[in-house]
Design a protein around this ligand. Sequence first.
Ligand SMILES: [Zn+2]
Length: 292
Amino acid sequence: MMRFIHILLALLVVLSVPLAVSAQQDSLSVGTATAAAGQKAMGFLEVPAGLDAATQIPVVIVRGAKPGPTLALVSGAHGTEYASIIALEELIARLNPQQLSGTVILLPLVNIASFELKVPHVNPVDGKSMNRFYPGKSDGTQTERALFQITKQVVDRCDYLIDFHGGDLDESLRPYSYWVLIGNKKQDDISREMALAFGLDHIIISADRPKDLNATRYLDNTAAMRGKPSIAVEAGSAGTTEPEDVEALVRGSFGVMRYLKMLPGEARFVEKPVWIENVLDSPSPLAGIFYP
Ligand SMILES: [Zn+2]
């Protein structure tokens, strides 16, 4: 009997571990998506009609079985930067909530109209770039109302953020990331390590983003100015979906999750990145064909 009670107690201890852990992670709702601990859920950020039409931005929550930080991954502000959009689709499929500590909020396609109409750079509904009007406005045009929802529902809820881009239909680029500095050493060090853990070997030091909280313009800067370490990453260009570009973005995201202790395993930092401090525009003096 004593032995039976011992076994019973041992069983209770074993059983109580997962129960106690999941109890620390309540369900989370973002837009119409609600995920309990250990679940994935899909829904939409509803952007109500205003000066122009309403829209819906798809959102996926991967709620880890174990507690931990919240990481936001956002792509498709430019809906024709396909490699970054496909990378988030891959992550949605591959992230396993049972292995995850914390929560990943994914917005795989912010700019639906750009994607559907194959319009680069802007939201064709109002002609605005969906990465230049943060923190958004509740009474603005569709882009501003959409960014207002992203700021309130995603940026304000996350602890860390990565914004995904690539060369647009008319752009050529090699993969790189932006390290967003705001002048707070502790936060800036974390952002720097996120960029190194992401693993792209060219990193632009982005220290000149606007500091006005009401005109932060860019998503990475909007998160950083609200105290959330943040980077932007770029891979793919000119309408392509090369597997190595998509994989670099997926692998980098898993690397940052390991750095943040959201996934088991050691983070590995890119060893000798090329740090780029000055970015120069070099416009052509005449029209013609450019041979890089
Ligand atoms: Zn972009």
